[in-house]
Design a protein around this ligand. Sequence first.
Ligand code: RET
Length: 260
Amino acid sequence: MIMELSSLTLGEYSLVYNLFSFTIASMLAAGLFFILAQPRVAPKYRISLIVSTLVVGIAAYHYFRITGSWVDAYTLSEAGNYVASGKPFNDAYRYVDWLLTVPLLLVELVLVLNLSREKSSSMLTKLVIAAGAMIILGYPGEIAMDNGTRALWGFLSTIPFVYIVWVLWKQLGDTMGDQPERVRILFRNIRLLLLGTWGFYPIVYMAPFLGLTGAESQVAIQVGYSIADVLAKAGYGVMIYAIAREKSLAEGYSLEKAAA
Ligand code: RET
């Protein structure tokens, strides 16, 4: 929020602007899909699709606001590049978005795991607390002006992050064993998607340490987080749908039978 914004070329500014637009379209389309696909899964899995719809809906809203903030933060100069307008670019939308959507994504995953009620709620409580800590600790580093402060908060945020990934990886592995073959493959894929996308966020955060400075780093961070968000929210929701669909079929559910 208090970041000093570097000037951007027309290409850099537009890349971010258009990617935000792509992200909004992806989130809205994914949301529509999750609503329309409801009858294709057995009633007990529909709550997962409802949660997916909320996640992408919250994200679409935040990307509208982020786009507005991006537009306000720059003005086109006489020279044809984009310079800071003096209005801050608000990175907090992203963190508030995560604060809402990450717990929902965890709920979604725990739901399809089909664990006992006690196991689900104790696991979710720990995961949601860890997720909150991860995001809250990351924010001061995101808006810090110097790399030392960024590294310190980034390190603190990584502690709950490692815990979350470890718990999910282990739990998904344990549950995988008891699933029918096709569902097992989907679980393996979602585990990789989870590691790949969630692991991408801290790498993006590290852009200033990977040799990127000024405009390059600003653009890389926005591009990186946007791509990660599309995969972790819309892409992940589609995977959850696929798991719910396979499980429904394996349990004898069919759309025709339900309609009859
Ligand atoms: C931060 C700060 C630096 C260290 C770490 C981070 C992790 C962020 C993650 C965010 C995940 C967001 C998701 C959103 C989807 O809706 C905060 C960048 C570890 C893992 C999954």
